[in-house]
Design a protein around this ligand. Structure first.
Ligand SMILES: Cc1ncc(COP(=O)(O)O)c(C=O)c1O
Length: 407
């Protein structure tokens, strides 16, 4: 049995927060789930390396990593030192900081499509900027959109005017046919195809990206890669490097600065220069702390084999989990590529799958392992850390089997 796991203080604070913070969080995916009341930690107090501690003092091996950005590890020394040093010089000025040029130069050197670079704060904001530029450059309105690009790009649902929804077509991952059909129907109106690599079926990108590249070129539209998750994870330059396809524009955010809030949109100089006409401007766009963090983080990626480490630890995790699922007869699988695999239970009954996943999460949280639907290894996970996490997962599966959840 796991030791005592109490999250009482977390839940008390979360219930207080609900009165003044809708959902008690700024990020939907960080909202504590009522069905995990008393188990899920609603608040994290601190992190170090690959571990975090919740408000009640419970320790976890962390595969959430801030939902992706913390790719080097919590309090990674090179990044933390860079932020501290910059803090002594000030955070934000009325003219740009030289750091903007230095980080832009680093990005131009490591990202194939990057001729010009600009900075913003969040991934969704930078995707909005890329789409805005594509529309300004082509003089067209429609965007064929694949995957989640952040709340600003919501193309349906409450709060989205019909006129805005009409400028997007949401299309599925992996099969170019619906895109070909859309271009055949209304090619002259399509400014861009924007695409975020899927997790579970990422390898379909091998044929999908080249097909989109070819289609957009033939029709005078732009290809925009949302590299917010895949950048600095699958490869330094994300899907464009891994699949060998150079888009016109791309957005990088999460992994670029190890958790400091920074996003960039970058790409072809002629397209990027349209920013003079299609004004995109942000007071906080060049804040020095996140740029100092990015400069240090990108330096680590260039000097050390971070990507190789994320792949190796991801592989170890996936293989270990698959072996444990087989050993305990759990109807579960991990799909996708090792740096960002996705866990799912697969019994054929979606409701039961959801319940099993929640129960698994509860059992591993009690034992000190924290995952998200997508599991993110970081550069601070050692082989021993991943083995320790796997041992705790096996104990969790054992408890589930004892409860008769699978044979
Ligand atoms: C693929 C992808 N694009 C865009 C975003 C939005 O980024 P942000 O939350 O920084 O606005 C996310 C966030 O999870 C994402 O996963």
């Amino acid at each position: 049995m796991p030791g005592r796991h109490s999250t009482e203080q977390s839940w008390r604070l979360r219930d207080e927060a609900l009165a003044i913070i809708p959902m008690a969080t700024q990020t939907h995916s960080k909202a504590a789930r009522e069905s995990l009341r008393g188990v899920e930690p609603c608040y994290i107090a601190r992190g170090q390396g690959c571990r975090v501690w919740d408000l009640d003092g419970n320790e976890y091996i962390d595969f959430r990593n801030g939902l992706g950005p913390v790719s080097l590890g919590h309090r990674f020394p090179a990044v933390e030192d860079a932020i501290r040093r910059q803090l002594e010089n000030g955070i934000l000025f009325g003219y740009p900081s030289p750091l903007e040029v230095e980080v832009a130069q680093q990005l131009v050197e490591v990202i194939p499509c990057a001729e010009s670079v600009r900075f913003l704060k969040t991934g969704g904001e930078a995707m909005a900027a890329a789409i805005h530029l594509a529309r300004a450059f082509t003089g067209r309105d429609l965007v064929l959109k694949c995957g989640y690009h952040g709340w600003l790009q919501a193309s349906s649902g409450p709060g989205v005017p019909e006129a805005v929804a009409a400028t997007y077509r949401d299309l599925p991952w992996g099969n170019p046919q619906p895109y070909e059909d859309a271009f055949a129907r209304e090619g002259g109106r399509i400014a861009a195809v924007s695409v975020a690599c899927a997790y579970a079926d990422a390898e379909k990108g091998r044929a999908f990206y080249p097909a989109l590249r070819d289609l957009t070129r033939r029709h005078g539209a732009l290809l925009i890669h949302d590299e917010i998750v895949m950048g600095f994870r699958l490869a330094v330059a994300g899907a464009q490097e891994y699949f060998g396809v150079t888009p016109d524009l791309a957005v990088f955010a999460k992994g670029i600065s190890n958790g400091a809030p920074l996003a960039c949109y970058l790409g072809r100089r002629d397209v990027m220069e349209s920013v003079r006409r299609a004004v995109i401007s942000s007071t906080f766009g060049g804040d020095t702390l996140s740029l100092a963090a990015a400069k240090a983080a990108i330096g680590v990626y260039r000097n050390e084999d971070v990507i190789g480490h994320l792949w190796a630890r991801g592989r170890q995790l996936h293989e270990g989990m698959r072996a444990a699922f087989a050993e305990f007869g759990a109807p579960a699988d991990v799909r996708g590529l090792p740096p960002c695999g996705q866990l799912s239970f697969r019994t054929g009954d979606r409701e039961r799958d959801g319940k099993l996943l929640l129960r698994f999460e509860a059992e591993i949280l009690r034992r000190g392992v924290m995952i998200y639907r997508v599991m993110y290894p970081n550069y601070s996970h050692s082989e021993a850390d991943v083995d320790e996490a796997l041992g705790r997962m096996r104990a969790a599966l054992g408890a589930m089997r004892e409860d008769g959840l699978f044979e």
